[in-house]
Design a protein around this ligand. Structure first.
Ligand code: MLT
Length: 299
């Protein structure tokens, strides 16, 4: 079986696939234009978030049998369409969970203590001890929108830090240590709101002007899920009016953003979609990709 690796994948696992008899070409810098020409020669492809697999690409690849997404989200793939065309679409749903959860918790701590600002003042040779009166995250209410694999990992860590965890997830009926509530209840009760759900038609812009109005004054928002679940214009307004005290954003509607105004705000900490960018997550993704492709080829 001939596989093209379109995005960065650990070498060790590429070698594992080759050792199992797969023909693997690494083209992790391939452009969308080149892919349209070259993908028809392959039966399988490995993608992460850089390579998008849309209808036009699927339509020119009658030989394609499998798309493996190294990561949890399938929003970068027209996966329903691919399935209609008989293509198997797989992902690695658990591999990144712990890394993303740690980032979300780290972000909450950074906002509570304004660590990013404190560090910037020290680099500017300023000793502004009095400017940094923060608060503890222990004792605060964390509202999780989405409580799947990542939400569960966030919960474990938040409970260990003595937070109260409430969650909104229409697909979950119960969860130890967590009070399941409606979205409106979550918005009204939470001191921190962290998003851990996929981007779909339903979740796009699910947090907008109306939802911000229902939140506590001074709430802090963490988005390590997908850009566009929180409406960026509404978030900008809420951050500049002071309704939202701070936001930590690892994901954006457009990546990289064409408009950087949100990332530049003083009360925003931003990072370039690095939730899964740890040695451990990369290794788990690589191992799972290799395992799943080898099993698929044997069928
Ligand atoms: C995921 O979907 O697992 C993460 O967002 C990883 C990524 O896309 O970089």
């Amino acid at each position: 079986m001939k596989i093209i690796i379109c995005d960065k994948t650990e070498k060790e696992y590429i070698e594992q696939m080759r050792a199992a008899g797969l023909t693997v070409d690494v083209r992790d810098d391939i452009t969308p234009e080149q892919l349209l020409v070259e993908l028809p020669n392959y039966e399988g492809m490995v993608v992460r978030s850089r390579t998008k697999v849309r209808k036009d690409l699927i339509d020119v690849c009658p030989n394609l049998k499998v798309i493996l997404r190294g990561g949890a989200g399938l929003d970068t793939i027209d996966h329903e369409y691919a399935k209609e065309k008989g293509i198997t679409v797989m992902n690695t749903p658990l591999a990144n969970s712990k890394s993303v959860a740690e980032l979300a918790i780290g972000y909450m701590l950074m906002m509570a203590r304004s660590l990013y600002k404190a560090s910037a003042t020290m680099k500017a040779e300023k000793w502004e001890k009095k400017a940094f009166n923060g608060d503890e995250i222990g004792g605060k209410t964390l509202g999780l929108i989405g409580i799947g694999n990542i939400g569960k990992e966030v919960t474990k860590r938040a409970l260990a830090m003595e937070m109260t965890v409430v969650a909104y997830d229409p697909y979950v009926k119960e969860m130890a240590g967590v009070k399941l509530v409606s979205l409106d209840e979550l918005l009204a009760q939470s001191d921190y709101i962290s998003l851990h759900l996929p981007k779909t038609k339903e979740s796009s812009n699910m947090i907008g002007k109306e939802q911000f109005a229902k939140m506590k004054n001074g709430v802090r928002i963490v988005n390590c899920a997908r850009g566009g679940i929180v409406n960026e214009e509404a978030l900008y307004e809420a951050l500049t009016s002071g309704k939202v005290a701070g936001a930590a954003l690892d994901v954006f509607n457009e990546e990289p953003p064409t408009d950087w105004k949100l990332a530049k705000l003083d009360n925003v900490i931003a990072s370039p979609h690095i939730g899964a960018a740890t040695k451990e997550a990369q290794a788990r993704v690589g191992a799972e990709v290799a395992e799943k492709l080898i099993a698929f080829a044997k069928k």
